[in-house]
Design a protein around this ligand. Structure first.
Ligand code: SAM
Length: 218
């Protein structure tokens, strides 16, 4: 895997996959983007005391980190399942500057990365993490979730992630009143989601992006 460490405009790092020429986050700010999309417009919409989250594309672990910080602060129990078929090596993840930027202890982030894959691990009183090293296009889910962070590479770079069949799988593993949130606002993506049965909403994006997409299973 050929990766380049990059700095985004809010000062936080991201990575660029040089093979498919796509970045893990927006150039306008990795932390800013993750917070806006996944925490403020995803997690904060779920009012249950115990929340089950599924993330497609664990990547740098930034979404997982922000989710743990949120649930530890709010004392909400979160079980967080995340999948990635190309986990980062230690040399790369330990060079990411998220903890400095957020002014928190780096061990929280390192524990997220060094925790065993394929096992549910209790990382705090409120946050349970399971990382799965597998291919999203092949996996069948046998558990249900309240919230899905769909954070694959872009539809133009990785169209096989954004297919009808894949959104069907996600629709089926969502609980009623569950929500899927993603940064993409492409018309094709929204049409595919609607075809599967989601109610689809365009909502304001983070800096540098007009809209993002929220899909709900009502
Ligand atoms: C946009 S990045 C994810 C960013 C991430 N959520 C973060 O906070 O850094 C997309 C991720 O999807 C992963 N990925 C690509 N194809 C995949 C597949 N077929 N199955 C599972 N993960 C995949 C990549 O390895 C990459 O880590």
């Amino acid at each position: 895997m050929k990766l380049e460490l990059v700095k985004t405009i809010d000062g936080s790092n991201s990575l660029k996959n040089l093979i498919i020429n796509d970045s893990y986050h927006s150039k306008y700010g990795a932390i800013n983007e993750s917070k806006h999309i996944f925490i403020n417009n995803g997690l904060k919409r779920i009012s249950k005391k115990k929340i089950r989250v599924l993330e497609i594309g664990f990547g740098t672990g930034l979404n997982a980190l922000l989710t743990q910080l949120y649930c530890d602060k709010k004392e909400k129990k979160i079980t967080y399942h995340t999948i990635d078929n190309l986990p980062l090596i230690e040399e790369i993840y330990s060079s990411l500057n998220y903890c400095d930027q957020l002014k928190i202890d780096k061990n929280i982030f390192l524990k997220i990365h060094s925790s065993l894959w394929e096992n549910e691990i209790e990382l705090s009183n409120f946050f349970v993490l399971k990382k799965m090293n597998c291919d999203f296009t092949k996996i069948l889910f046998n558990e249900k979730y309240d919230l899905i962070y769909f954070d694959a590479f872009s539809p133009s770079k990785q169209p096989e992630m954004w297919t009808l069949n894949n959104f069907k799988k996600l629709y089926e593993c969502l609980n009623i009143n569950g929500v899927l949130i993603t940064y993409s606002s492409k018309g094709d993506v929204k049409r595919t989601m609607k075809e599967v049965g989601f109610n689809v909403y365009s909502i304001e994006g983070p800096t540098g992006k007009r809209e993002i997409t929220l899909a709900s299973k009502d």
